[in-house]
Structures are given as C-alpha cells and as structure tokens.
Design a protein. Structure first.
Length: 395
C-alpha cells in the first residue's frame, strides 16, 4: 500500500517539476547551510585543539593585559632581571622565554602600517613546542649571543612586503637597521596579544642592544614534570601581583583554558548560525505547506473521484503526507550532497583538512524529514476531509 502512495507521490512531483523544485529550494539551502556550518565548526575546533595541544599542555602564557599591538610603552612591563628571577623564585618552572616587543612602521601594500616586532631567545621555539619555521631555519644560540642581524618573518607579512619573491636572503629594514630573512613562519593561530603571522621575530639580544628595547611584555613558561599547569599559573599570577604592588596588570593562561575559551566561542557561533539556518528551514517548510495546499485545491476533483470509488480518509491523508515528506527529504538529500561536494572542493583547492561530519548529515536529513511531516499534516488533513460530493462538483 505504501509503495502505491510513494509511486503516486513521485508521479505528482514529476508532473509539476518546476513547482516541486521551487518548493524544495528553501529546504536545499537550509540543509546545505546546516551541514556546512556544523562541519566547518567542528573542523575549526579540531584545528584549534591540534594547534594548541601542539604547543604542549604544560605551557603557561603570561602577558601584559593592558596593551594592544600598537600601544605598549605606557604599561607595566618586566625587565630581563625580573624574568630571570621568576625562573629562580617560582617553584615548578622548568624553563621560560621572554618576548621583547616593539611596534614599528612599515610600508605594506603602499600603506604605512604598524607591525609588531618580537625579540625572543633561542629556546623560545622549543618552549612554544610548534614547528613555526616552515622554510629556512630558526636562529641559533650563537646568533642570539652575538646579536646577529637575522630575522624570521610571518608568511602573511612577507607576502605583503615582497609578493612572490624568493623569501630567504631578503633584507628588511627595522628602525633603519637591515635584518636578513633566514626563515618564514607558517600560518599559526594567534597566541598571546600579537598575531605572529604578520610579525617579525628577531634574536632578543638584537632588540636589547641594537633597537634599545628592554621591556618584556610576554613570558612563555614550561612547567616541570609533575607540576600541573593550573598550579603553576596560580604561582605565576601571585608573583606578578606582588611585583606590581598587588595590581592585576598581567593575565596568565594555560593551554587548556585557551582551548576551552576558543571552543566555547566556536560553539556559540555555530549555534547562532545553525539557529538561523533552522529558522530558514522552518520558513521553507511553510512554503512547502502552501504549495501542498495549492496542490490539494488543484486536485480536488481527483480526490472526489478517489473517495467515490472507495478511498478512505486515511488513504488520502497518507498520500499527501508522503508527498510532502518525499519533497522535503529530496530537498534535504540535495542540500547534503551540495554541501559535502562544495566542502570537499574547497578543501582540495585550498589544501585544507576538512572532515565531513556524519552527525551533521544525519541531523540535516532528519530535520528535513521532520519539516516534511510538519508541512504535510495540515494539507493532508484538508484533503482527507473534503466532501466527495462537493469535490466532484469542483471545476
């Protein structure tokens, strides 16, 4: 019996192809949006977790909480001596690396822009725990000790400055002093107050001796084995409050905290956008309901004939309900195929790792089926309760 209902519904949809497609369009777009948003959101969370866990879960970051990328000189900072004292006086610190910061002006893309310059010791790369340098090399202990004029450039900044030119060996002027580019950083998530993708990294000694920068605004800490990062965080925070006369001028974060913060943000964004897509799916369902009511009106005489030859209310109701369900489920299927195909194409063209979420596919298809049932109930009820005598008279 249900096969007959399905066959009849498919024949009706084929008879009115354009109307059926326009009815499905809202469902297609909504399901496409839901699948894409959930997949991209989960992919983003996986990227964040991979990026930050790559830095090591034993990493603690302390930075001045009052500065921006263009203003830092008027706020509380640490000196080299204070940083060295932290390593001696704070229990549980295995190693640390200060960041000396300078904001300089460069002509980028024909415009003068403020660019962050970060001075770090050689052990900074090990503490960060990431393979930051994707081309060339990082600087050595000897280069730091002898203040060699070398630098590592963020990929985005270098592209803005030199385009597609050969990166290694180029010279970049910082405050009138030329530094040789020995390495390029791959794209990394922002960790701390500065975006290293648009920054220059120099040996810390160059920042101190050549550029006259003595202020430390960021310190990376590595916890000793057996010391939980949250415990070390509390010790660092307490030490910094004592250093700055009880004022909370510095923020201290563990990797787990940063992951949770970013995870919460991505979840909120995904929920908000998915809710909008869900509302559009509901609107699409209302459109399907209107089309089904039009179909009932157009097929009133057909319904009257069916009832006259013995069809029951349930026969008519099931026919229109299944027709609405097929319409919306087809729209959901097309939306899923479109979303998955587009995501895979983008991943291939941009060399990204995107994993299509099975949960998103199931959710999108389930919602489209539920909308199909919701959209078909009222039109099916109207059709089932038509008076056969009046239906036969309908012109």
């Amino acid at each position: 019996m249900f096969i007959d209902y399905i066959t009849s519904s498919l024949n009706s949809l084929k008879q009115y192809k354009l109307r059926s497609f326009l009815s499905m369009l809202g469902i297609i777009i909504s399901v496409f949006s839901i699948v894409s948003i959930i997949t991209l959101g989960q992919g983003g969370k996986e990227l964040i977790v991979r990026e930050f866990t790559g830095s090591g879960t034993d990493l603690v970051v302390a930075h001045n909480d009052q500065m921006t990328e263009t203003r830092m000189d008027k706020f509380a900072y640490l000196t080299e001596a204070q940083v060295e004292a932290m390593k001696r006086k704070i229990p549980g610190v295995a190693d640390l690396a200060p960041e000396y910061l300078l904001s300089t002006t460069m002509k980028v893309g024909g415009e003068n822009k403020r660019i962050p310059v970060i001075g770090v010791p050689a052990n900074w790369f090990d503490i960060r725990g990431l393979d930051l340098v994707v081309r060339g090399r990082r600087f050595t202990e000897d280069e730091v000790r002898h203040s060699q004029k070398v630098c590592i450039a963020g990929q985005e900044l270098f592209n803005s400055l030199f385009g597609k030119s050969k990166a290694l060996g180029q010279e970049i002027s910082i405050e009138g002093i030329y530094f040789n580019v020995i390495g390029l950083m791959g794209h990394k998530l922002k960790l701390g107050p500065f975006d290293i993708n648009n920054a220059l990294i120099l040996p810390s000694s160059c920042m101190q001796r050549l550029l006259g920068t003595q202020e430390v605004y960021v310190v990376m800490f590595k916890a000793k084995d057996g010391v939980h990062p949250s415990v070390l965080k509390e010790r660092i925070g307490e030490y910094l409050r004592e250093t700055f006369s009880g004022k909370d001028l510095w923020a201290v974060h563990t990797m787990d905290e940063l992951i949770k913060i970013l995870d919460t943000v991505t979840n909120i964004i995904s929920i908000v956008i998915s809710s909008i897509a869900g509302i559009s799916l509901l609107v699409g369902g209302i459109g399907v309901m209107n089309i089904m009511l039009v179909a009932v009106r157009e097929r009133t005489r057909e319904i009257g004939i069916r009832k006259a030859v013995g069809a029951t209310k349930w026969d008519v109701l099931w026919q229109f309900l299944i027709e609405s369900l097929i319409l919306c489920s087809l729209g959901g299927g097309i939306g899923i195929l479109t979303g998955v195909s587009l995501l895979l194409l983008i991943a291939r063209l941009m060399n990204l790792a995107i994993f299509v979420s099975g949960g998103a596919i199931v959710l999108g298809f389930t919602f489209s089926c539920l909308v199909g049932i919701f959209s078909g109930v009222y039109p099916a009820y109207v059709a089932a309760n038509l008076n056969p005598v009046e239906a036969l008279r309908y012109e």
